[in-house]
Structure formats: C-alpha cells, structure tokens
Ligand binder design. Structure first.
Ligand SMILES: [Zn+2]
Length: 461
C-alpha cells in the first residue's frame, strides 16, 4: 500500500500547489483525476484488507499442515525404530515431506509402514484445496483492479494535454554543445543534493570532457555542504550548522543575518527541554554563546533565560514549547539555506530546477497561445524565433535582475541608459533626464522641483 500512499501524496501535492511549480495542471482536471485515483485507492485498500485476511488464513492452514507433517514424521520415526528394517523409503519420506510425494508412496507402496493417517491425509488435501482456492481468488481480484488502475491513465490523457510539440524547440538538443550543457545542468543538480554517484554515472555515460566534469563538482561543492547541513537541521541535528555559523560569524553579522543567533537559540531551547539534568550545560551554553548577541537581542535573551523556571516540569505545557515546534525547525532550516546561499553568492535553486519550474509556469500560457495561433493559421510565425510569442509573468523568485522602467520614456533602463535619482527623490532614466533638462536646469516632471541636472545620481537596483 506504500506505493499507493506515495502516489496519492504526490498528486495531492500537485493539487495543493497549483500556483507554484505545477501551475500547468488546471484545478478541474486535477480534481477529475484525483476522483479516479481515490476510487482506485479505496479499491486497493479494500483488496489489501481482504488479502491480509486471506493470506492469514492460508498461513494458518500451512502451519497446521506443517504440524500434521511433523507429527507424521514423528510417528514414522517411532514406527521405524520399533520395527527391524531401516531402509530407503523411510529416509526418503523425511526428505520429502510434501503432501504429493507422501501420497504417491502411500498408494504405490502398500507394503511400506503407514506414514499418514486418513484424517491427516484429509487435512492435507483440504489445506491444499483451500490454498489453491484462496490464491486463485486473490489473483482474480488483483487482475480486476488492473482495469481501474488503467482508468487513471485514461483520465490523465483525457484531462491533460500531452502534446507540447508546438512549445518545444526540438532542434535545440540536436546541437552537441547544447546537449552537453543540458547534461552538465543535470549533473550539477544531482551534485548539489549530494548524489555524487548519480552525477558521476551520468558524466561517464554522456562522455563529458574531464574539464567539464571537474567544473560540475567544483561549482557545486560549496552548495553540497550547505545542502547536507540543511537536511541535518530538518532532522533536528544542529552541530554542523552551528560549526558553519560560527565559522562565518563575522560575515553573517555584517549582513545582519539572524541565523547564528537563531541556531544558538534553538540549541539552547533543546538543552532546556532535556530537563534538570541539562541545567548546568544549558547555563554554560548560554554564557558562552549569547555573549556576543547581548546588546542586539537583550530582551530576547532575557526571555530565554526565564525558561529555567520551567526546567523541572519540562517545556511541554509552557509558552516556551513554541520554540521547539515543527514550524520553527522548518523555518530555521530555510533561513539557514537562504542566508548561507546569499553569503556564498550561490543560488539556492539549481539551474535545472529554475528552468523546469519557470517552464511549468509558462506552459499553460504557451499552450493557450498555440490554440489561438492554430485557429488563425499563423502557427508558423513562432517557429525559429528566439523569443516567446507572449510575455510570461513569472513570480518574483524567478526574477534575477531588478527591472526599472523609466516612467517618462516607458522603456526599461539599461547599462547605456541607467536610472538616475533626482535631488527630489524621483527616479527617471538618463536619456529622459537629458531630454527634459534645459542646460543644467531640470524641472522634475513629478514634483516639480527645479534642480541642477548634474546633481542627479545613478542608482543601482
Ligand atoms: Zn521630483
């Protein structure tokens, strides 16, 4: 049933996050497929219940059978010991305790000593029949469930578009260099997550050059460390994270990052939660590590210290339990990931995941425009150009450069035409500034304060 649960949680995830990476699926289609999926899941759960009972029955029949055969063997040994002959058929029957073999020997060698009583034979026969019957029944039920499983596939086909050909540039990957770039992006993605072995296999199989392969590992090494610490924080293990934060303490302070204090706070609360036996350790920890935050977090540290009054009874029923709640751990891990990546100047998402997620957001719009273009028979217009036919509105996390559009010229600013801040505080582009100024005098188009155009300063986003 685990696979079913996994599939279900996967689909629930698709539905729960329609606005993020799985924007491509529209809600109604998801619901239809989920309904179908629910039907199969409940059917399989029923089947699982029935199967457990049936298999339990078969198992108890089998153990009964083993008992019967054990008894028969015991009797046989007793008979043989009591008799004078110790011959081959006797040994062969202990070697072959299967019902069939014994049965045959009983029929073909009437002279041999009686091995199974009639009632034992009856039990064996009945057990085998029952087993066969149950197994048959189970396999029939299992086969019947195939139909409902394949219905899901059909529901997906019916509700989702599978033809993305018009939104693809198939020629892009026919170019060897492009293909290698893709392989590199995939290898880097694995590397970041500490799956070096997978990355190595890919590098080997796609015959990547040694330089490129080296670059894959070099560029992602720093992130791989951050990633493994991130996973550890999620497992409530702080030692590596604290070591990292202490190592980068001064840089973190410069950036006004809260992460070092938060990690210490979490560790401290963890110690307090262990109760009286950790009291001394917690006091020493606070003295050693909170010192440098004393000015900035004076009140917060005072609050934390008050938690000692709850030490004997534990933190479970106190206001302090919030510090150790699951959400706090999750938040801590993501703050660490964000701050650490920022400090090292690396992206917290791999290039591959950014591309795939941005692509998923863009697909529905592209498929829609395809329909429009098809109906107007202008589909060919799009092929071959480097730009998309429409503007795709990606979320802020996919915007890597701040954009400033000049309110006067209604153009995005560039390196050649940078944004300038006037003395009154309004911002316009350099070209607009020159167009509006009369000699050195400029009248702001918004306030409108008169000022010296030379005093405008370039600003960077
Ligand atoms: Zn102004």
């Amino acid at each position: 049933m685990r696979a079913v649960d996994w599939r279900r949680s996967k689909l629930t995830k698709f539905i729960a996050e329609p606005q993020t990476e799985f924007d491509i699926m529209d809600d109604e289609a998801c619901l239809t497929v989920e309904k179908e999926l629910d039907r199969v899941v409940s059917k399989l759960e029923q089947l699982h219940e029935i199967a457990s009972v049936e298999i339990g029955d078969v198992a108890s029949l089998m153990s009964e059978l083993v008992n019967v055969l054990g008894n028969a063997e015991q009797m046989l040994v007793t008979t043989l010991n009591a008799g004078t002959q110790m011959n081959a058929p006797g040994t062969s029957s202990t070697d072959d305790p299967m019902g069939d073999g014994v049965n045959m020997q009983v029929e073909t060698e009437p002279a041999a000593p009686q091995r199974l009583t009639d009632s034992q034979m009856e039990i064996i026969r009945e057990a085998i029949l029952k087993c066969n019957d149950r197994v048959q029944k189970l396999s029939t039920e299992h086969r019947d469930s195939h139909g409902s499983v394949s219905k899901i596939g059909k529901a997906i086909d019916r509700n989702f578009s599978s033809d993305f050909s018009s939104t693809m540039r198939v020629d892009a990957l026919q170019d060897e260099d492009n293909l290698m770039l893709l392989n590199k992006a995939i290898a880097k993605h694995y590397c970041r997550q500490g799956m070096d072995e997978v990355a190595r296999t890919l590098i080997k199989e796609c015959k990547m050059s040694e330089n490129d392969a080296q670059d894959v590992f070099d560029s992602e090494r720093e992130f791989a460390e951050i990633y493994s610490i991130w996973i550890q924080i999620q497992k409530r293990e702080l030692s590596e994270a604290l070591k990292w934060a202490i190592r980068h303490s001064s840089q973190l302070m410069e950036r006004h990052s809260l992460i070092e204090f938060r990690l210490h706070r979490m560790r401290f609360m963890q110690l307090v939660s262990y109760g009286l036996e950790s009291q001394h350790e917690a006091i020493v920890y606070a003295r050693t590590n909170f010192q440098k935050f004393a000015v900035r977090y004076e009140h917060e540290i005072a609050n934390l210290m008050a938690s000692f009054i709850y030490l004997p009874g534990g933190l479970e029923k106190t206001p302090y339990k919030i510090f150790l709640a699951q959400e706090m751990w999750t938040e801590l891990s993501f703050t660490f990931l964000k701050d650490a990546c920022q400090l090292l100047g690396i992206s917290k998402n791999s290039a591959l995941s950014v591309v795939v997620n941005a692509g998923c957001t863009a697909l529905p719009a592209l498929l829609n425009i395809k329909q429009v273009m098809q109906s107007r028979q202008v589909l060919g217009m799009w092929n071959g150009c480097d730009e998309l036919p429409i503007e795709i509105d990606l979320q802020p996390e996919f915007r890597f450069h701040s954009i400033f559009a000049c309110p006067i010229l209604r153009q995005q600013t560039t390196e050649d035409n940078p944004p300038k801040k006037l003395t009154c505080g309004h911002v316009i582009s350099n070209d607009a500034l020159h167009k509006l100024s009369n000699g050195h005098i400029l009248k702001c188009p918004y306030c409108p304060v008169e000022q010296n155009a030379e005093e405008a300063v370039r600003i960077y986003f």
